[in-house]
Design a protein around this ligand. Structure first.
Ligand code: GRF
Length: 215
């Protein structure tokens, strides 16, 4: 078996959520934090969109929010350097991408290796990228679903933490399939973050092992 290259920390963590849109996955994570199912605090909710509804929700929850304006940074690398400065200032342990519609640069991936996770609405490595629910329907797959994974430099390619499958129906529409997948997203994303701070995620090669509680 490959050697262990990472084990998640068992601690009360500090989380940053990055989002660009409605923020339903943020709400699911926040709900799990409040319910004590995730041993962490959300220290920052950051967006590249000033008017992201998710930012408003976070503000309403009394969380610290930040709009980091892409226009003020000449390159993607500059933007991500500013982003790293913001998350380091708050001593963030884990960055959760939750509908964050920007490609993260290798600089950010390297600085936060095994400390950035993402949710993707397909069963990776099938259907990386965008418009994946429609692409799954068009391809004719019988099952799609969602994937929580560590973020690596290649888009949607990091080690897989959790997945959930849902059926694709004959009369499915993009919206209907997306809604069915979203229910599972809201279940497995908080679960994965919970496991992370229970110290139960171990990475060997590109496989993530889920350790027994108390192991
Ligand atoms: C979700 O489908 C997620 O899988 C994808 O973007 C969408 C974000 O939705 N990465 P929300 O903003 O969390 O509601």
């Amino acid at each position: 078996m490959d050697e262990v290259i990472f084990r998640s920390p068992k601690k009360r963590g500090r989380v940053a959520v990055l989002l660009s849109g409605r923020g339903s996955n943020f709400t699911a994570i926040q709900g799990a934090v409040r319910a004590g199912r995730i041993d962490a605090d959300i220290s920052l909710v950051l967006s590249n969109k000033a008017d992201a509804p998710g930012l408003v929700k976070a503000r309403d929850e009394g969380l610290e929010t930040l709009f980091l304006d892409p226009k003020l940074h000449a390159t993607r690398e500059d933007y991500d350097r500013a982003l790293v400065a913001e998350i380091e200032r708050r001593r963030v342990d884990l960055v959760c991408l939750a509908g964050y519609m920007r490609i993260v640069t290798p600089g950010l991936c390297d600085a936060y290796r095994h400390r950035i996770v993402n949710i993707h609405p397909a069963l990776l490595p099938s259907f990386p990228g965008l418009h994946v629910q429609q692409r799954a329907i068009d391809w004719g797959v019988r099952f799609s679903g969602c994937t929580v994974h560590f973020v690596a430099a290649e888009v949607d390619m990091g080690p897989i933490i959790l997945q959930a499958a849902v059926p694709v129906l004959q009369d499915d529409t993009e919206d209907a399939l997306a809604a069915r997948i979203l229910v599972e997203e809201h279940r497995i994303y908080p679960e994965a973050v919970g496991l992370y701070f229970q110290g139960r995620l171990e990475v060997r090669g590109r496989r993530v092992f889920i350790l027994e509680a108390g192991a």
